[in-house]
Design a protein around this ligand. Sequence first.
Ligand code: GDP
Length: 303
Amino acid sequence: MSAAGTVLSAVGGTYQIQLQDGRTIEAVLRGRIKRDPKTGGQVVAGDNVITAPQPDGSHVIESVAPRRSQLARRAPGAGRARQKVIAANIDQIVVVFAASNPEPNSRMLDRFLILAESNDITALIVLNKSELVSSAAAEEFLAPYIQAGYATLRTSVRTDVGIDELRSKLCGSSSALTGPSGVGKSSLLNVVEPGLGLRIGEVSEAVNKGTHTTVSAKLIPLTCGGFVADTPGLREVGLWDVHADDLGTYFPEFRPLIDECRFDSSCTHTHEPGCAVRTAVANGSIPAIRYDSYMRMREECTS
Ligand code: GDP
């Protein structure tokens, strides 16, 4: 009998699939799907699939459901066709930074947010280790993001602050968890999902350092429902896959202003007269730190 399930991981043509009854099976692609250029080789973690048992006891993936979202990166300078899908059906990207040790880095956070925006996926910013700094310091770091409309959460694995809120944000959704090393991603997952027993320092450590190899995602099922995707490939956040002309639209606080620029969508917000974005920066309604990020990122974008 055919059964519906979710792909947890895809490694070397073998797919780990969690069926709706909770069992996990291993399956391969049926030849027909493999040859289909739309799906062949592109079935990824998060895909919803229909599997069928074979007479020899093995399983095949018979079909793949249309995706509600995908988290993808394009190869340098390549068009949409060359994009690499990292995970499917992701509802939110949870970007974790530490309030201290290591110091939070707004430039790096801005890059993760561009990744979320360019994939049209909601972002949640988590500031962990919040007990290490004053409330005012945490607020200062988060303020530009709250102003831009992002959801933010302060957590501490040490004092339990924000853990219930994080759990309720994760349960029932499919979240890609990312952020620099050492900020407490594994620790947070271990408290959200007791029994997971992740080695501290384990999440996203399987990165091929210094290369641009994208390591595929792995979904961790949550007992409260939903999944957390470990996406080591997201750790090397570059901007080589973002077009300079699109960058402004990936800053939510710029978006409502773009039409007000004298040269509207062709305004680069760098020097043009009558630029509503630069006016907003000058009068403080767009924080300078975000605009500086935009200017720096523009230089790295594909033009
Ligand atoms: P990851 O690399 O992002 O997965 O980070 P880990 O979960 O491995 O944690 C890195 C270090 O930070 C470990 O020594 C944790 O014990 C510590 N840590 C995690 N969360 C907190 C926290 O909320 N407060 C403090 N002070 N330390 C934390």
